[in-house]
Design a protein around this ligand. Structure first.
Ligand code: PLP
Length: 388
């Protein structure tokens, strides 16, 4: 029997294969780390967002082992029904205190948290102003809000101001990644905030890659810049530097209360397992005392950038653990990534649509657990390739 719908999928997949755009998954056989196991062999990994090495940290493992017999595995229901556990509550309070916000609310994933904030704060009569390189979840959130969406060129604050000053609608929300996930550069939060104050807009900062990494005590991009404002909705994801899973939104008490009432990705989903909140409370304690790991990251970043520059690779304006090397075509990007793979060095080839056309790149991410020798090995392998 003919099944044209399935044929169309086959054709779509074949086309992706032809464009070198087909993606596939590697199967990890060890815990996350800088040296991981794939198909029985050890690889040196520069892929993970586990910047502080907390994903496999003894204190977090102990927190889960201690919590599991007391609270079980599943949350059983959504937060508003009967799934809101003391462990969730304790983590939210600890997070709010840590970042100096009046209140905080946890979500199962960063993706869901972004959908929640944007759709709860802005309705179809409002406007969302978004950096063009924002994370996909922020873009999807803006579409889902059914508001008008205006995208401004990456970090172009003059462009944003033009859009804000021309806007006649009342409800406005400016959204930006804190650290941009594929470029590693940072939003100018103080200037974004000044514009939001001038034009009475909310400011949502998605600090997925800054929380734990930026600021003297790891409180993220707001600590880095020394800014705080009731206008800012601060969002941290917890599967990256925090080493666990989920996300948390911090802001004014009314903002958090509003999200609890309105946000569909909070209300209509089962709460994350409370053991994860127990792990997250342990993670906050580790983050607060991880100043040596953050200093170590800075050293590794400097080592990598100096080496790449010496070899003539194009550097990006990034001083975070995300250090992309833009190579252009899918072909070149895959070729370099595969060449590294021959030496069991794992660096992902990031291609469109994750990044704009012809900006395929290696996305090198560093962890405080990398050694100077690890980075040297990567540089040696890249140097080989560049010379030939
Ligand atoms: C990873 C990421 C997210 C999504 O967070 P998850 O918890 O993985 O769903 C959102 N925003 C940015 C900028 C990210 O890098």
């Amino acid at each position: 029997m003919s099944f044209p719908a399935l044929e169309r999928l086959r054709a779509g997949l074949a086309q992706r294969r032809d464009n070198l755009a087909l993606r596939h998954r590697q199967v990890l056989e060890s815990a996350q780390g800088t040296h991981v196991n794939l198909a029985g062999q050890e690889w040196l990994s520069f892929c993970s967002n586990d910047y502080l090495g907390l994903a496999n940290h003894p204190a977090l493992i102990a927190a889960v082992c201690d919590a599991a017999p007391k609270m079980g595995v599943g949350a059983g229901a959504s937060h508003l029904v009967c799934g809101h556990h003391a462990a969730h509550q304790a983590f939210e309070l600890a997070f709010a205190e840590f970042v100096g916000a009046p209140a905080a609310l946890s979500f199962s994933t960063g993706y869901m948290a972004n959908l929640a904030v944007v759709t709860a704060l802005i309705e179809r009569t409002g406007v969302v102003f978004a950096d063009k390189l924002n994370h996909a979840s922020l873009n999807d959130a803006a579409v889902l809000s059914r508001a008008r969406v205006l995208r401004f060129a990456h970090r172009d604050l003059a462009g944003l101001e033009q859009q804000l000053s021309a806007c006649t609608r009342q409800d406005k929300l400016v959204v930006s990644d804190g650290v941009f996930s594929m470029d590693g550069d940072m939003a100018d939060v103080p200037r974004l905030l000044a514009l939001c104050e001038k034009y009475d807009a909310w400011l949502l900062i998605d600090d997925a890659h800054g929380f734990g990494v930026l600021g003297a005590s790891g409180r993220g991009i707001l600590e880095h810049y020394g800014v705080q404002s009731p206008r800012i909705i601060y969002l941290a994801t917890l599967g990256k530097a925090a080493g666990v899973a989920g996300a948390v939104v911090a802001g004014e008490i009314e903002v958090i209360e509003w999200l609890i009432q309105i946000a569909r990705t909070y209300i209509y989903t089962t709460a994350a397992p409370p053991i994860l909140s127990a792990a997250l409370s342990a993670s906050l304690r580790e983050i607060a005392r991880a100043a040596p790991q953050r200093a170590r990251l800075d050293e590794l970043i400097a080592q990598l950038r100096a080496g790449l520059q010496q070899q003539g690779w194009p550097l990006m304006d990034s001083h975070t653990p995300i250090q992309p090397v833009v190579l252009g075509s899918n072909e070149t990007t895959l070729a370099v990534s595969e060449r590294l793979a021959q030496q069991h060095i794992w660096v992902p080839a990031i291609r469109p649509p994750t990044v704009p056309e012809n900006t395929g790149r290696l996305r090198i991410t560093l962890s405080a657990q990398h050694t100077t020798q690890d980075v040297e090995r990567l540089l040696d392998a890249l140097g080989d390739f560049h010379g030939k």
